[in-house]
Design a protein around this ligand. Structure first.
Ligand code: FE
Length: 176
């Protein structure tokens, strides 16, 4: 099965029908994040990263939890380039970064997101902030993270998964 079919099945599956503590399903959440990226004219690889950023929560083998960023990125790296997998890998660190550098961002976190922040290591120290800035794809990870936090709107109606298939196909074929 192609990776896009596998991902489509994950989007349609049980694991995506809820999102612990948030008012939208995980599938809706990721579609909303991708729709925002698309509206802002982000490149295909970054729209793909927004679409797939929380896939680590629903992969079939192993537990979910607070290593979902790494798990998702490792799984996606079987097929996708670093321009997709690195923003996914860093999106939780990007949350810790934004909480340190933009006080309004910390205040804007959903309740579930501010609870998970503690488990994820809390607000970054200034040393961690400087180290993060130097990482490749840190700016792209920050972009994904902003769409992520804004993608929890129960009234939004993003396009369905199929809308993003051609984009995923383009990303996969250009990374061969
Ligand atoms: Fe998310």
């Amino acid at each position: 099965m192609s990776p896009i079919e596998t991902i489509a099945e994950l989007f349609a599956g049980q694991g995506m029908q809820a999102y612990l503590g948030e008012p939208v399903s995980l599938a809706q959440h990721m579609l909303q994040a991708a729709a925002q990226a698309e509206q802002e004219g982000a490149p295909d690889t970054l729209i793909a990263a927004a679409l797939l950023h929380d896939l680590g929560h629903v992969l079939p083998d192993g537990a979910t939890g607070d290593h979902h960023a790494e798990r998702g990125a490792d799984w996606l790296a079987q097929w996708f380039p670093e321009s997709v997998t690195m923003p996914v890998r860093l999106h939780v660190e990007a949350k810790r970064y934004l909480c340190a550098t933009e006080p309004w961002y910390l205040a804007s976190l959903s309740r579930a997101s501010s609870q998970s922040l503690l488990v994820q290591g809390g607000v970054m120290t200034s040393r961690e902030v400087n180290a993060f800035k130097g990482l490749p794809y840190s700016q792209q990870a920050l972009a994904v993270r902003r769409w992520d936090e804004a993608a929890k709107n129960p009234a939004a109606s993003p396009p369905p998964f199929d809308h993003f298939r051609p984009l995923l196909e383009r990303v996969l074929s250009s990374s061969l």
